[in-house]
Design a binder for this molecule. Structure first.
Ligand code: DX5
Ligand code: ZN
Length: 216
C-alpha cells in the first residue's frame, strides 16, 4: 500500500482548518504542502506563516515541496515552521549534496524533486543521500494538470537506480494522480502518491483518499 499525501494546494483556502480536520480523520499518511515563489515556477502559492498555522492543525507528516529558487536560504525557517520532510528541486540547487546534508542536519528528512524534462541520471550520485525523490509528473506550478505518461518509465528507471545503490529512498509521484492511474503508478515503483485535485475536487474527499489508499 502506498503512502497517500493529499496536496493542500487544491483545498479551499478560506477553510484550511476544515481541510486539516478532514485529513486528520482520513486514511492519509502525509500532508503535502506546495511552496511556490513565482520565479522557479510561474505561480505563487503560500509560504512559511501558512505552514506554521497548518502544522498546529495537523497530526500528519508535513511534507513540504519547495518550488523556489535558492531554497537553502530557507531551510531553518521551514524547520521552525514544522516541516518533517523538506524537498528541493534539483534544478534549483547548484550544490545539491550540500543542501541535502543541511536539511538532514536540522533533523528533517531530505527530498529531491525532479522536473519532467530532467534526466533521472542527474541525481544518481546523490541517491543514497536522499530520503525521498519527488518525480514530477506534471510541470510544477499548478494543481489539476494532466499526468505525463512518460513518467512511468522514469519511475522504473529510478527504482533500478535505488536498488543498485542499495538505498532506501522513497519514490513520490506528484501531479495528475487519479483513481484511474494510481495503480499503474504504484506498479511502476512509486511509494508515495500526492493528490490535490483528485482529493479536494471530489464530493467526498475522505473517501477519495480511502480509494487511493486501497487501490495502490
Ligand atoms: C504542482 C504541485 C502538486 C499539485 C498536485 O506543482 O507540486 O503537488 O498540488 O496537484 P494535482 O494532484 O491536482 O495534480
Ligand atoms: Zn507538490
Amino acid at each position: 500500500m502506498a503512502i497517500i499525501a493529499p496536496s493542500l494546494l487544491s483545498a479551499n483556502f478560506l477553510q484550511l482548518e476544515n481541510a486539516c480536520n478532514m485529513i486528520n480523520a482520513s486514511e492519509a499518511d502525509w500532508l503535502h504542502l506546495d511552496v511556490m515563489d513565482g520565479r522557479f515556477v510561474p505561480n505563487i502559492s503560500f509560504g512559511i506563516p501558512v505552514i506554521s498555522a497548518v502544522r498546529k492543525a495537523t497530526k500528519k507528516v508535513c511534507d513540504v515541496h519547495l518550488m523556489i529558487e535558492e531554497p537553502e536560504k530557507f531551510t531553518q525557517a521551514f524547520k521552525d515552521a514544522g516541516a518533517d520532510i523538506l524537498t528541493v528541486h534539483v534544478e534549483t540547487c547548484r550544490h545539491l549534496h550540500r543542501n541535502l546534508q543541511q536539511i538532514k542536519s536540522l533533523g528533517m528528512k531530505a527530498g529531491i524533486a525532479i522536473n519532467p524534462h530532467t534526466p533521472i541520471e542527474s541525481i544518481k550520485e546523490v541517491i543514497a543521500d536522499a530520503d525521498l525523490v519527488c518525480v514530477m509528473s506534471v510541470n510544477p506550478g499548478f494543481g489539476g494538470q494532466q499526468f505525463i505518461n512518460a513518467t512511468l518509465s522514469k519511475i522504473e528507471k529510478l527504482k533500478n537506480i535505488i536498488i543498485q545503490s542499495n538505498a532506501k529512498t522513497l519514490i513520490e509521484v506528484d501531479g495528475g494522480v487519479t483513481l484511474e492511474n494510481a495503480s499503474s503508478i504504484v506498479k511502476a515503483g512509486a511509494n508515495v502518491l500526492v493528490a490535490g485535485n483528485t482529493v479536494f475536487n471530489s464530493k467526498d474527499p475522505a473517501e477519495a483518499i480511502r480509494l487511493l489508499k486501497n487501490l495502490s
